[in-house]
Design a protein around this ligand. Structure first.
Ligand SMILES: [Zn+2]
Length: 428
C-alpha cells in the first residue's frame, strides 16, 4: 500500500492540510460536473431523474467510462456501470453513488461518491495495483426521488424491493409516468425489474458520501465509516377541535386543536432530546385555514429517527402520550396514524471491520464509525449484498441545500481512503 504524509483520519494539529495526490483527476471531473443542472437563481441543483439535467450527468458518466477505457453498460433499470475487469467474472468490488439531486440540492450529495470512485480507480492504476477482482463504478438512478416521490428507485428495482408494476404507477407532478419519462430518455421501461443475476456477481458494494451531519467535524476526522442507518418513520397526527369565531369565542369556551398541536411540537423536541434522537414536525395542514377562525382540524406530520428501535419507540410513544394528555385537557380529539416505517439498516459487520482494518493499517489511526439518519442506495442493497459506506467531513453538516460543502483536502482524503479500501479488497 502506498505510504503518504497524511491519512484519511485526523489532520495533525497545527500542520497544513495534506496534499492531494489524487486531486488532479478529481478536480477536473468536479469542475466538469459542477455546472450541470445548476439553477441560475437558487444556485442549487435540479437534477431530477430522466430530465435533461439528469441526462447531461449521465452523458458525463459515460464519457468518464470511455475516457478510461472502462466497459460501460446501462442495466435494465437504467443504472450506469463502468467496469475495470470482466463484469461477468463475479465477486466484484463495486463503488459509486448517485448523480440526481433533491430540489435545489447541493453539489456533493451523490456526485462526491461518483467522482471519488473514478478518481480512486485512477489512483489504483497510478499505483499499479494488481487486481484479483473486477472493480466497477455505478451511478444509481433516481436516488433522491425528487420527481416521482419514491427514493432509491434504481437500487430498489435492482434489489427487488420495488416491483416493475409499482414503479410503472409512479407519476411526477405534471402527471408524466415513470415509464413515459424513461422512454422519452431513451430507456425501455418494459425492461425494468429485479436483477438478482447482477447482484450475484457483486461481492461488496462501498458507497462514499458526504456526511449529512457534523459528527466528523466535531471529532476532527476527515473520513468515517458507517455503522448503520437509523430506523425512521412518519406519523400523521390529526387534532380535531371546533371551528369558531376568533373574535367572539371566549378562550375558556374554545376547543382549539392548534394549541394541542403546538404543545405536541414542544413535546417532540423534549422527547427527542432526552433520547438522543431527532423528531420533526415539518409539514402541517389546517382547516378551515382562516386567519380569523379557530381551526377545526390541525394535521401535523411527524418524522422521527433514532439510533435503535427501542429509542425510536420511546420517543414516538412519549410524543403520542403527551399529545393525548394535552388533547384531553383542551377537549380535542386525536388520531395518530403511522404512514411509513423503515427499520434499522445494519451494514455488514465483517465488511465494516475490514474497512476499519484497511484504513487503520495504513494510517495507524482508528477511523470513526458512525450512524446516520439519512437513507442511501447502500442501505437498500445491504439486504442483498455485503455493503459499507465511507463518509467525508461536512464542516457545517448542512445537506440537501446549496450550502452543502466538503473541503478540497477532505475530498482528496476521501478519494485516498476509497482507493485504499478498493485496493485492500480487490488486490491479488
Ligand atoms: Zn445521497
Amino acid at each position: 500500500m502506498t505510504r503518504r504524509p497524511d491519512g484519511p483520519g485526523r489532520a495533525p494539529d497545527g500542520q497544513p492540510p495534506a496534499p492531494a495526490p489524487a486531486g488532479g483527476s478529481f478536480l477536473e471531473m468536479w469542475r466538469e460536473l459542477l455546472p450541470l443542472g445548476r439553477h441560475a437563481a437558487s444556485r442549487g441543483y435540479r437534477r431530477y431523474a430522466w430530465t435533461g439535467a439528469d441526462l447531461d450527468c449521465r452523458a458525463w458518466f459515460a464519457d468518464q467510462a470511455a475516457a478510461r477505457g472502462l466497459t460501460y453498460e446501462v442495466d435494465r433499470n437504467g443504472n450506469q456501470w463502468a467496469w475495470l475487469g470482466d463484469p461477468e467474472a463475479g465477486d466484484a468490488v463495486v463503488t459509486g453513488s448517485h448523480l440526481d439531486s433533491v430540489p435545489d440540492g447541493g453539489a456533493f450529495d451523490g456526485p462526491l461518491g461518483v467522482v471519488s470512485s473514478f478518481a480512486a480507480l485512477d489512483e489504483l492504476r497510478a499505483r499499479g495495483t494488481d487486481l484479483a477482482r473486477p472493480l466497477a463504478v455505478v451511478n444509481f438512478g433516481d436516488e433522491e426521488g425528487a420527481r416521482f416521490g419514491l427514493a432509491c428507485v434504481g437500487s430498489r428495482l435492482t434489489a427487488g424491493q420495488l416491483t416493475a408494476a409499482d414503479a410503472h404507477r409512479l407519476t411526477d407532478a405534471d402527471g408524466v409516468s415513470l415509464p413515459r419519462a424513461m422512454e422519452a430518455a431513451g430507456h425501455d421501461p418494459d425492461a425494468i425489474g429485479a436483477d438478482p443475476d447482477r447482484l450475484a456477481r457483486i461481492g461488496a458494494f462501498v458507497e462514499l458520501h458526504v456526511e449529512q451531519g457534523r459528527a466528523l467535524d466535531l471529532s476532527g476526522d476527515r473520513v468515517g465509516i458507517a455503522s448503520a442507518i437509523w430506523p425512521h418513520g412518519r406519523w400523521r397526527f390529526d387534532f380535531r377541535g371546533e371551528a369558531n369565531h376568533a373574535g367572539t369565542t371566549r378562550l375558556v369556551d374554545r376547543r382549539d386543536p392548534m394549541l394541542t398541536y403546538a404543545e405536541t411540537v414542544l413535546a417532540a423536541r423534549r422527547e427527542a432530546r432526552l433520547a438522543g434522537a431527532v423528531a420533526t414536525f415539518g409539514k402541517i395542514s389546517v382547516e378551515p385555514n382562516g386567519v380569523n377562525a379557530i381551526p377545526s382540524l390541525v394535521r401535523g406530520w411527524l418524522d422521527s429517527r433514532a439510533e435503535d428501535q427501542a429509542s425510536l419507540d420511546t420517543v414516538v410513544d412519549g410524543i403520542e402520550k403527551a399529545a393525548r394528555g394535552h388533547a384531553e385537557a383542551h377537549g380535542v380529539d386525536l388520531d395518530v396514524v403511522r404512514e411509513s416505517f423503515t427499520p434499522v439498516v445494519e451494514f455488514d459487520h465483517a465488511l465494516r471491520d475490514e474497512l476499519g482494518r484497511i484504513l487503520g493499517t495504513d494510517t495507524g489511526i482508528t477511523v470513526p464509525v458512525l450512524g446516520t439518519g439519512a437513507g442511501h442506495d447502500a442501505g437498500i442493497l445491504s439486504g442483498s449484498i455485503p455493503t459499507a459506506m465511507l463518509f467525508v467531513r461536512n464542516p457545517t453538516g448542512v445537506s440537501h441545500s446549496p450550502a452543502e460543502h466538503a473541503a478540497e483536502d477532505d475530498c482528496a482524503a476521501g478519494v485516498l481512503a476509497l482507493a485504499d479500501v478498493l485496493e485492500g479488497l480487490a488486490r491479488r
